[in-house]
Design a protein around this ligand. Sequence first.
Ligand code: KIV
Ligand code: ZN
Length: 497
Amino acid sequence: MSTNKVYIFDTTLRDGEQVPGCQLNTSEKIEVARALEELGVDIIEAGFPISSPGDFNSVVEISKAVSNPTICALTRAVKKDIEVAGEALKYAKRGRIHTGIGTSPYHIKFKLKTTEEEIIRRAVEAVKYARRFVDDVEFYAEDAGRSENEFLARVTEAVIGAGATVVNIPDTTGYCLPQMFGEKIKYLINNVSNMDKAILATHCHNDLGMATANSISGIINGARQAEVTINGIGERAGNTSLEEVVMTLKSHKDLGLETSIDTTKIMGVSKLVSSLMSMPVQANKAIVGRNAFAHSSGIHQDGVIKHRENYEIIDPKDVGVNESEIILTARSGRAALKHRLELLGYNPGDKLDDIYSNFLDLADKKKEINDTDLRVLMGDTSVSSKTIKLDYLNIATGTAEETMATIRLNIGGELFTETVSGNGPVDAAFNGIKKVVKKELHLEEFFVQAVTRGSNDVGKVHVQVKDKDSVYSGFASNTNIVIASVEACLEAISKMM
Ligand code: KIV
Ligand code: ZN
């Protein structure tokens, strides 16, 4: 079966959630599942019901909350697992059981201590049993990446014969090379006699950093389902990331393949997953990293200003990012400075060289130059009345449930003090800021990075603060992480005001 639609199977809530520290409660999982539905994924793998009552409950509740995507539950090739998955899926409009067993020499010999014939027997039995509960059964050949292609073909043919609708070929250990993985898929397409009765899925892990390349190679060679997670989260080095596969297919129209993803929702879902799972997205992560559409070298800035596509293959709006960012630093050229000044309503004209020289002096001291700095450079004295500075901060925190913060802000020379509570030092300080500025604000992103590993080193904080219309970012660094957090928030709020 080979059409031009590639089904997107999202396993953020199962394989992604296996990451230590990323566990979500049921209501958070429902929030993610709803966002995945809005995004347009075809299948949501909602959990592994036999593994815990929490997982069971999440599959039940997600089945009730979401109606467009198929809801999938994972099992081993074990009858009890399959029965429990069938029970968990009973509210799903369309339910799928995902069952399987190891097929590589490692798994057969050292993990399962059995024979190839026994693997095929257990695989067939599991698929037939799962079909008693649902019409849609996916079989996974665990560690297919290191399995012999001939044996994999025998297993695939047997499970399709037993009623599997999808056969998943996971590169469980992230071992394959793109060409090798593509050839594996092609081998199955060409050597499994009943291949027209099911589709093949890719499920690639990222241990060698090739998960997306392997998935795309599998798809080019005939797989029609990609198993992915948001931001590529997952065991060890993670899974293939949804955004990378989807945007690769969208960017390479020549492949003639499409997905049903509304790509403009990608950034929103990425942020939701990152914040609920407390898993920051690395700044240079493809598509959703903070720097994915930020240009900082003079040559690139000049090129992007002349014509965005000179240095960008994706329109940021296509993934839900407002616009590309030109980061003004000491490496920026006159073109970038002029461009930003014009956006702010200035016409530097023949004064550009002088302004540029002042700009470079400031950039050497400050690293990143923001719009407020530029206004000051242009002699705008009203700016200082809009700038908010931290004048005093005292936080009382400990094991008590509430943390108290007394914060004094200097707004244009006038001092404002508030004492407020919060569930931790940053929350308390942020509540204090909100009270002073009298605005409904929401901390969209809060990302702390230690510059080195010692406890007395500088912490860098990036934040994004949202009011009802827009999102503003701020950055600060300090040896005191709470002060860095407050100053980063104030930078964002100053931009807003
Ligand atoms: O990586 C893997 O093999 C898996 C299977 C359970 C599908 O996650
Ligand atoms: Zn996996």
